[in-house]
Design a protein around this ligand. Structure first.
Ligand SMILES: [Zn+2]
Length: 354
């Protein structure tokens, strides 16, 4: 790589001066030579790769937090939110008490203003990056690298430390519940009450409780790394500069409180203040004739009367067959065999939280 010398000599100083790790990442979107330096407050800053920055305070408190954004390149609000927190830490406007790993998932796609270059990065984790045929495209290589970095980040810590992974997204469409989380399958372990309370304070009170393994980053974090891991859908996709960041202020405030160790009173857990859903059916696209039978701008979690035709796929018809069934993530443009829509239904979690 012809920029090696430049990276080694100029970039650490540029980052120390500006604190703009997102800017550095987007200047070198595919590769960045690792470097490290120490802040005046004793925090060690390590750049492991483009979009991968590890912060270790001199005396780390008990949480190891992975904060990722830009796994889908066009989901700009979380990228802006994380870049601002990262910059404030690097410029020592705030100081984290905990170990932190910032990830900007897909820098070339961020530069292109696209969700992905070749493959959906959030379908490639837990080894799925190695499963496709042919030469791996950019996202398959990146998923393998991100898995290595997350494992390296958690491996250096003792087992009793709390592991958190928040993967921040915005959705293609609006939602009946503006902010919601996908809580990955825990293989029968109870859902975490304290995590539900913390995320509720971030403005997330709707949870899709998954009941099967997945190829997502958050499932990888939960299953392979033992982290409390979530895909957080914080609003709707918009281009850089067009986000109303006030809609993310609760999340921003709570993340900053978490990492700076600021005491925040959380309200007592009350199931009735949440919406919990489980997947009733996953609809995969089987033919090129697949079509959705509702308005293109339909919101996530929209419900329809029993019997309503939702989609057609060749000879197959998908209709609402349970009361309360709602649609989520409809997308007719996926590749054959991929998920084109989920149908979800409300559920109670009484007795399944701890
Ligand atoms: Zn996304």
């Amino acid at each position: 790589m012809k920029t090696n010398i430049l990276n080694r000599i100029v970039e650490p100083e540029a980052l120390q001066h500006s604190g703009d790790f997102l800017g550095l990442t987007l200047t070198y979107p595919k590769e960045l030579t690792p470097f490290a330096y120490t802040l005046n407050n004793g925090t060690v800053v390590e750049v492991w790769d483009t979009g991968v920055l590890c912060l270790t305070p001199a005396n780390p408190a008990g949480i190891d937090l992975v904060l990722s954004s830009g796994v889908h390149g066009n989901e700009t609000a979380p990228i802006e939110l994380c870049a601002a927190i990262c910059q404030d830490l690097l410029l020592e406007k705030i100081q984290s008490r905990h170990r932190l790993l910032f990830l900007f998932g897909n820098p070339p796609a961020i530069n292109a203003g696209k969700r992905e270059l070749v493959d959906n990065l959030n379908r490639l984790f837990s080894g799925h990056h190695s499963k496709g045929a042919g030469e791996p495209g950019w996202e398959r290589q990146r998923a393998a690298r991100l898995e290595r970095y997350v494992k390296r980040f958690y491996k250096t810590a003792e087992a009793e430390r709390e592991r958190l992974l928040y993967d921040l997204h915005t959705a293609i469409r609006g939602s009946q519940f503006e902010k919601f989380a996908v809580y990955p399958f825990l293989h029968g372990k109870p859902w975490s009450k304290s995590q539900l309370q913390f995320l509720q304070a971030c403005g997330v009170d709707t949870f899709l409780l998954m009941q099967t393994p997945a190829s997502t980053f958050s499932y990888f974090g939960a299953q392979s790394c033992g982290a409390h891991a979530f895909t957080l859908e914080l609003g709707k996709v918009r281009p850089f500069g067009e986000n109303d960041m006030s809609r993310f202020s609760a999340c921003d405030l709570m993340l900053r409180a978490l990492l700076t160790g600021t005491n925040t009173e959380l309200p007592a857990f009350d199931e009735s203040s949440f919406n919990f859903f489980v997947v009733s059916r996953a609809v995969n696209k089987q033919t090129e004739q697949f079509e959705l039978c509702f308005a293109r701008n339909i919101e996530n979690f929209s419900q329809f009367p029993l019997g309503t035709l939702l989609a057609r796929d060749g000879d197959i018809e998908y209709r609402v067959d349970e009361p309360g069934e709602a649609i989520i993530f409809p997308n007719a443009d996926v590749a054959l065999g991929q998920r084109a829509m989920l149908l979800v239904k409300p559920v109670s979690i009484a007795g399944q939280v701890a």
